[in-house]
Design a binder for this molecule. Structure first.
Ligand code: C2E
Ligand code: MG
Ligand code: MG
Ligand code: MG
Length: 290
C-alpha cells in the first residue's frame, strides 16, 4: 500500500513538474513578446556583422547582419528564440523592416567613414512569415533609397521554406528584388525540401550550405558527400556558394580545395558590432590571405 502511494505521489509529482514546465515556457514566451515589442519601439535591438570570406584569397566580400537583443530583464536573448516569437506574434514585420533599414544605413555609415563606397555588401535575413504578409520589395526599395546605397550591396537571405510556402508569390518577389539589383541567397541550404527545379528557374545567386553539413564534414563522410553534391550542383547551375559554420583552419582549407568559393564562421570571425566590423574590414582589406 505504502509503495503504491509512493508511486502515485511520484507520478503526480511528474505531472506537477510537467505543468510547471509548460507554464514557465508560456510565461517566458509571453514576456519575450511584450519585452520585444517595447525593444522594437525603443530601438533597443542591434545588428551584429559576421564577415563573409572568399576562401581562395581571404578577402572579406561582405557581412551577414544578425539581430542581437540585450534586454534589461531577460539579458541576452538568442535570435533563435526571439525570431521564433516574433514570427508567431507578427512582430517579425517591424523587426524585418528595422533590420533592412539598419543594414542599408550601416553601409552608408561605413561609406561615409571610409570616404568612398566600400567594396563589400551586407546580407540581411528575411523571414518567410514576413515575406508572406508584407510588401517586402517596396520595403527594400525604400530602405535602399533612404540610405542611398546600391541594391547590389544588399543581399537577401531566404530559406527554402519561403519558396515552398507560395512559389508564385516567391517568384514575383524575387523578380522584384532582382529589379532592385539585389543578390539572392538560399540560407541553410540542404535542410529544407529543396525543389531543384525551382532552384534552376528562380533568380537565385548564392547557396549557403548549412552548418550542420559543414561543421562535421571532416569526420562524417556522408556529410562531406552532401557538401560535394551541393558544390557540384552549384557549379552546374552557375551559383556562388558560401559554407556556413567554419570553425577551424583545416575545414577552411578542405572546403577551399573542394572548390567552395566563400565561407563564414568562428574560425574567421564572430559576429561583431557595427564599428568593430568596419575596423576589422579596414585592417584587412587588400591584404589578408588565410
Ligand atoms: P542564420 O541566418 O543561418 O545565421 C547564421 C548563424 O550561425 C548565426 O547565429 C551565427 O552567429 C552562427 N554562426 C556563424 N558562424 C558560426 C560557427 O562557426 N559556429 C557556430 N556554431 N555558429 C556560427 P545567430 O546569430 O544566433 O542567428 C540564428 C538565426 O536567427 C539565423 O541563422 C537566422 O535564421 C535568424 N536571424 C538572426 N537575425 C535575424 C534577422 O535579422 N531576421 C531574421 N528573419 N532572422 C534572423
Ligand atoms: Mg542567414
Ligand atoms: Mg544561415
Ligand atoms: Mg544556418
Amino acid at each position: 500500500k505504502a509503495q503504491a502511494a509512493v508511486k502515485i505521489a511520484k507520478r503526480s509529482g511528474k505531472v506537477e513538474i510537467y505543468r510547471n514546465g509548460v507554464l514557465k515556457e508560456a510565461q517566458r514566451r509571453f514576456s519575450i513578446e511584450s519585452r520585444l515589442r517595447t525593444a522594437l519601439a525603443q530601438g533597443d535591438l542591434t545588428l551584429a556583422y559576421q564577415p563573409l570570406i572568399q576562401l581562395q584569397t581571404g578577402e572579406i566580400t561582405g557581412f551577414e547582419a544578425l539581430a542581437r537583443w540585450n534586454d534589461p530583464d531577460l539579458g541576452n536573448v538568442s535570435p533563435c528564440e526571439f525570431i521564433a516569437v516574433a514570427e508567431e506574434s507578427g512582430l517579425i514585420t517591424p523587426l524585418g523592416r528595422w533590420a533592412a533599414y539598419e543594414a542599408a544605413q550601416a553601409l552608408s555609415r561605413w561609406d561615409a567613414k571610409f570616404g568612398q563606397a566600400l567594396p563589400v555588401g551586407i546580407n540581411v535575413n528575411l523571414s518567410p512569415i514576413q515575406m508572406a504578409r508584407d510588401d517586402v520589395a517596396s520595403m527594400f526599395e525604400e530602405a535602399l533609397r533612404y540610405s542611398g546605397v546600391s541594391g547590389k550591396r544588399l543581399t537577401v537571405e531566404l530559406t527554402e521554406s519561403a519558396i515552398i510556402a507560395d512559389p508564385d508569390k516567391a517568384r514575383k518577389l524575387l523578380v522584384a528584388l532582382k529589379d532592385l539589383q539585389m543578390p539572392i541567397a538560399m540560407d541553410d541550404f540542404g535542410t529544407g525540401y529543396s525543389n531543384l527545379a525551382s532552384l534552376h528557374s528562380l533568380p537565385i545567386d548564392i547557396l549557403k550550405i548549412d552548418r550542420s553539413f559543414v561543421s562535421t564534414m571532416l569526420e562524417d563522410k556522408d556529410k562531406q558527400a552532401i557538401v560535394r553534391t551541393i558544390l557540384s550542383l552549384a557549379e552546374s547551375l552557375n551559383l556562388h556558394v558560401t559554407a556556413e559554420g567554419i570553425e577551424t583552419q583545416e575545414l577552411a582549407h578542405a572546403l577551399q580545395s573542394m572548390g567552395c568559393g566563400h565561407g563564414q564562421g568562428f574560425y574567421f570571425a564572430r559576429p561583431m558590432p557595427e564599428n568593430e566590423a568596419f575596423d576589422y574590414w579596414r585592417a584587412r582589406w587588400n591584404f589578408e590571405t588565410i
